[in-house]
Design a protein around this ligand. Structure first.
Ligand code: NCD
Length: 315
């Protein structure tokens, strides 16, 4: 695998190979010495043009566990604020001998520009681009689901027959988009649920079901319900009357959670707006996978960095 730009590009075989590689990486986490020498001598730059807590730290932890040298770049405080372009920023950094670039950017398609325009000649990993895609998040969500359902015996498996509801601010969510593609590729049935104003306009573009009534969807006892953050920073007009009404209609409230099947897993990519799209009772319950998702993110990103930097044909 040369780059990881989008979950929509991943074949079932490649996705399963990455998840299996992440399982191997996870085995190292219980050792007293967690570090593997796999990427010793390689330099990776993490280019973050948008705010991030878990994704940025997770990539850095993954790269360090594989013994890579890591350079962290935040647009704030850099020459980007003097007007330097993405192309010049990336070329400047790769001229310093960087072997791979991880990029998060507010503009959809920025990682594709870096990878496909010939500006730089190193692997590019998309850590979230605008409202477009967040492929490593979808991989860690798939990994988490697979482990919860099949336990440690999950190798070589997809997510065949599982039903997953992705709920809330779908239209601004790169997490929803990447999961819609990846979970479907792995054999799950995905339903996107939210107010009509926050569901994609062109529904034929996605291989999923759509619904507006969350209670109807939950009554069907899906295997997992993935709650999305309301992305106020991407909303330039009113998509729903007010937060209270949104929470009551499309949030995982305490009442809804109490009525829900005890077998439905509760997922959230973080950061959470507690009390808006998800209540604390649900987020902190044994049904919640939220901290597993964070932990698994490191293993999945180790697998991705290893795959793009070693050019392993299998993954
Ligand atoms: C998501 C993101 O940045 O796209 N967070 C994450 O990476 N864990 C989701 C969000 O910001 O709501």
């Amino acid at each position: 695998m040369r780059h990881l730009l989008s979950a929509a590009d991943l074949s079932r075989e490649t996705a399963i190979a990455l998840l299996d590689s992440a399982e191997v990486m996870a085995e190292t986490a219980d050792r007293p010495h967690k570090k593997l020498p796999a990427l010793r001598g390689r330099t990776i730059v993490n280019l973050f043009f948008e705010d991030s807590t878990r994704t940025r730290i997770s990539f850095e932890a993954a790269q360090k566990r594989l013994s890579a040298d890591v350079i962290n770049f935040a647009a704030k405080g850099s020459s980007v604020s003097k007007g330097e372009s993405l192309k010049d920023t990336a070329q400047t950094l790769t001229a310093m001998g960087v072997d791979a670039v991880v990029i998060r950017h507010g503009s959809s398609g920025a990682p594709h520009l870096l990878a496909n325009r010939g500006w730089i000649d190193v692997p590019v990993v998309n850590a979230g681009d605008g409202t477009h895609e967040h492929p490593t998040q979808a991989l860690l969500d798939a990994f988490t689901l697979r482990r919860r359902v099949y336990g440690h015996d999950s190798r070589c498996r997809g997510l065949d027959g599982l039903r997953v509801a992705i709920v809330g601010d779908v239209s601004h969510s790169r997490v929803a988009r990447s999961n819609a593609w990846l979970l479907t590729t792995l054999g799950a049935t995905v339903t996107l649920v939210g107010p009509p104003t926050l569901l994609p306009h062109d529904r034929s573009a996605f291989p999923v079901n759509f619904a507006t009534n969350l209670d109807d969807v939950l009554r069907e006892s899906p295997d997992a319900v993935m709650m999305l953050r309301i992305q106020k920073e991407r909303m330039h007009s009113a998509f729903f009357p007010n937060e209270r009404e949104f929470g009551l209609t499309w949030g995982l409230t305490a009442e809804r959670f109490a009525a829900m099947s005890p077998h439905t897993l509760v997922m959230h990519p973080g950061p959470m707006n507690r009390g808006l799209e998800i209540c604390s009772v649900a987020a902190d319950s044994p049904q919640s996978t939220i901290l597993d998702q964070v932990a698994n993110g490191v293993f999945v990103r180790m697998a991705v960095m290893f795959a793009v930097l070693t050019g392993n044909e299998d993954v």
